[in-house]
Every structure is written in C-alpha cells, then in structure tokens.
Design a protein around this ligand. Structure first.
Ligand code: HEM
Length: 412
C-alpha cells in the first residue's frame, strides 16, 4: 500500500530539500512507484546497495528501443525522425555498441591527460574571478561555476567557445525536461542544436585540428568504428554532460560550504583537504541526483516490489549517498570524510567518463575561490534561492554572493 504523498520529483520545490522524503522511502518503501508529470510510471530505487546493484544489473537495458514492449513504444510521444541520431549516444546504448563507442573517448579523459589541463583550468578560474573582482558581487553560477566547465569542454571538443551561450540555451531546455518523452515545445531547441552541430562537424571535416572532434571524425572516416550519427551523438553528449553537471558540483557544493562556515574555514585554512572535500561535496550535493533511466528486460522483483517488463527505473543517487547504513551521520557535511564511497559518478559500465575532469575542475574552482575571496558570503537568504527543474540534476538557477576583499593572483 502506498502511504506516501505524491511528490513531483522533477519540480524545483522537490529539489529544495528532498532528503527527509527520501529518508522516509528508504525505511518504508525503498522501491517506490510514482509517476512523472506526463503520467509515465517510474520506479525509484532509494537504498545504497540497491542503487549500486541497479546500475550494474544486466537485467535492465539502457536502449529503450530494445527494452520497451511494442505497446510501451507505441505510447511514447512521437519524436521527429531527425532526432533519431541522438539516440545513438553511448549513455543510451548497451554492449556491444556502448563498449565500442566508449573505447573511442575514454583515453581522452584519463586522469593523466586531464592532469595536463591543470594550468589551463587554473588560468581560467583566475580570469573569471578577475572579471568580477571590482564589482564586489557575483552570481556564482553564471559568472563562475557555469563558464568554467563549459569553456573547458568546448576547448576539448574544438567547438567555438564564443557560441557557448547559444548551445547552453538549447541544452538547458533539454535538461529541464520532466520526462524522457520529448514534448513538442522542445523541438525547436533540439532542432537548432542538431543543425549547429552538423554544421560544426562539416566544417571541422574540411579543417581537422588537434581536438577531440577531429579525432572522432578521423575514426569515423577510418572504417567501422562509429557512424556519422554516432559521431553527432557523441559530441552532443559530451558537450551537455561536460558542463550541465559540473556547474552543479561547483554551485551546489559552494552553497553547502557557505551554509557550513566551519567547514569552509577549515578548507580555507587547509587547502590540501580539497580532494576529500570535493568527494564530500559530490556525496552531500549529489549534482546528478538520479541516474539516467533503465528499463527492465523482464518482470523483476526488487525488495518485494514487481517492476514490470519495460518499466522505467531510476537509481536515486542523492538518496544512496545519504544512506545511514553506509555513511555515518549522512546529513552532516564533513570535508575530511573517509572512506567516502559515494555513487555520484554512477557504477559499472556507464561510470562517468568525465569524472577525472569534473574532479579537477571542482578542486581548482573551489580552492581558487576560497583563496581569492576570503570574505565571500551569500547575499540572499538560502530560502529564496531557486532550483532548476530537471529529471536527473539538482542545481541552482543562480547563487548571488558578495565579497569585500579580493586577493590578486600575483599576491598568492
Ligand atoms: C560533477 C560532475 C559530473 C557528475 C556528477 C557526473 C555524473 C555522471 C553519472 C552519474 C553518470 C552515469 C549515469 C548512469 O549510469 O545513469 C555519468 C555518465 C557520463 N558522464 Fe558524467 N558526470 C559529471 C561530469 C561529466 C563530465 C565533465 C563529462 C564530460 C567529459 C561527463 C561525461 C559523461 C559521459 C559521456 C557519461 C556516459 C558514460 C557511459 O555511458 O559509459 N560527465 N556521469
């Protein structure tokens, strides 16, 4: 019997403080059937062990064209044929396609290669702070947490950084969707995004450079490693996953520190704690709050609840990361917490390919901010902050902050 009130898990209201509700689910209905705003049924998995198992469970598929029943596929909203290529992105595919596509990019994001970007990320963080230093205030999201990962992922892919406002506008529409079924109103944004990327890839094909897109084009031209659609889908996925996530780690992570001045001072006094601090912010803030969807290949039973064939299932990462059976005092922010086996980057074959990049960006961004703005504080009360609607992410629209003092780079 369902004893919980219906909540809209996509809404900004839910994002404000979803933790008490999820703690209740973990004890009373750890596999919880609810519906998305378009009435699509969805099963939420809330306990740590179950989420970790789900993400590796081969009885679930990612590709909904193979996972759903004929009837479920018919009920899905119609998507224009021109969107079909995007379904060929590796996060929506299963082996062997997934294995083949992942092998093409995972080396580009290895800790070794990403480590070589340290100076560039540091220079960018300093440049962004120099840009606001005289103003005495900044929107920590739009002035800092967003442009940093966005600029870096455009540089990796070779996409013109000056176009970032354009495609962020389009990607925002997509990540704020309340269901995987694409409603008509988002079609113009997706259409413009695809047209932009097709043009970019066409131009790059004529003028190969030292960037990841050029390497992927060469792989495509060399034979059967990836198709033209898969090339488009890869650039699309990396561009979106490369910035819509890390912005929330830096943004919501900084909110957590601003709300816990003792932990913020501790980090300011001991910058070498930054590695465990970022792991703790990943756990505490859970920037990717839900896993992407998986579909049951057959009727399945988890914790006594039947998930029917094709049933859409989400692992609630933000709940697993607060599971009291795994983490001592899970609601306490402790920047030196160890061990810290959070699930923020997922598990199994879809484990985040960009994790080394996201970690490095957040470590540099947060330490630079604390060092250069010693009296940084919120300029509004936390209850007035607005959260973005999204199925998967938990992040702020804006984070207004003020500061009186800034330390110039040369004085560090
Ligand atoms: C704090 C930042 C980030 C977080 C919390 C995060 C989280 C995740 C999670 C949870 C998954 C697995 C989803 C699932 O299994 O349903 C994932 C996959 C992925 N992430 Fe990230 N991510 C972050 C940053 C990045 C960055 C910077 C990139 C770009 C380089 C990236 C690229 C990807 C890709 C391509 C996948 C799919 C991997 C696959 O299917 O094998 N992510 N990420």
């Amino acid at each position: 019997m369902d004893i919980t009130p219906h909540v809209n898990i996509v809404s900004p209201q839910f994002k404000v403080n979803p933790f008490p509700f999820l703690a209740g689910l973990r004890t009373s209905q750890s596999v919880y059937r609810t519906t998305l705003p378009d009435n699509t049924p969805v099963w939420l998995i809330t306990r740590y062990e179950d989420v970790a198992a789900l993400l590796k469970d081969e009885r679930f598929v990612k590709n909904r064209r193979t996972g759903l029943t004929e009837e479920q596929l018919r009920k899905m909203h119609w998507t224009p044929p021109m969107f079909r290529p995007l379904e060929r992105n590796m996060l929506d595919l299963d082996p062997p396609d997934h294995t083949r596509l992942r092998a093409l990019v995972h080396k580009a994001f290895s800790p070794n290669l990403i480590g070589q970007m340290r100076d560039r990320i540091q220079a960018l963080a300093d440049e962004l702070l120099d840009g606001v230093a005289r103003k005495g205030q900044m929107d920590l999201i739009n002035d800092y947490a967003l442009p940093l990962p966005m600029t870096i992922i455009t540089e990796i892919l070779g996409v013109p950084t000056s176009d970032r406002h354009k495609f962020h506008k389009w990607s925002q529409v997509l990540v704020s969707l309340s269901s995987p079924n694409v409603p008509l109103r988002v079609i113009p944004s997706v259409w413009m995004f695809i047209r932009y990327l097709r043009r970019f890839i066409r131009n790059r094909r004529r003028d190969l450079r030292d960037d990841l897109t050029s390497a992927l084009i060469q792989a495509e031209e060399a034979g059967d490693k990836l198709s033209e659609d898969e090339l488009l889908a890869m650039v699309f996925l990396l561009l979106i996953a490369g910035h819509e996530t890390t912005v929330n780690l830096i943004g919501t992570g900084m909110l957590a520190l601003l709300e816990h001045p003792d932990q913020m001072d501790r980090l300011r006094q001991n910058p070498s704690l930054i590695k465990t601090a970022v792991e703790e912010l990943l756990r505490y803030a859970s920037p990717v709050f839900m896993s992407t969807e998986r579909h049951a290949r057959e009727d399945l039973n988890i914790q006594g609840v039947t998930i029917p064939r094709g049933g859409m299932t989400l692992g609630v990462i933000g709940s697993a990361n607060r599971d009291e059976t795994v983490f001592a005092n899970p609601d306490v922010l402790d920047i030196a917490r160890e061990p810290n086996k959070h699930l923020s980057f997922g598990q199994g074959i879809h484990f985040c390919v960009g994790a080394p990049l996201a970690r490095l960006e957040a470590q540099i961004a947060i330490n630079t901010l604390l060092r250069r703005m010693p009296d940084l504080h919120l300029s509004v009360t936390p209850d007035t902050l607005r959260w973005r609607p999204s199925m998967f992410l938990r992040g702020l629209e804006t984070l207004p902050t003020s500061f009186g003092v800034t330390v110039p780079v040369k004085n560090q």
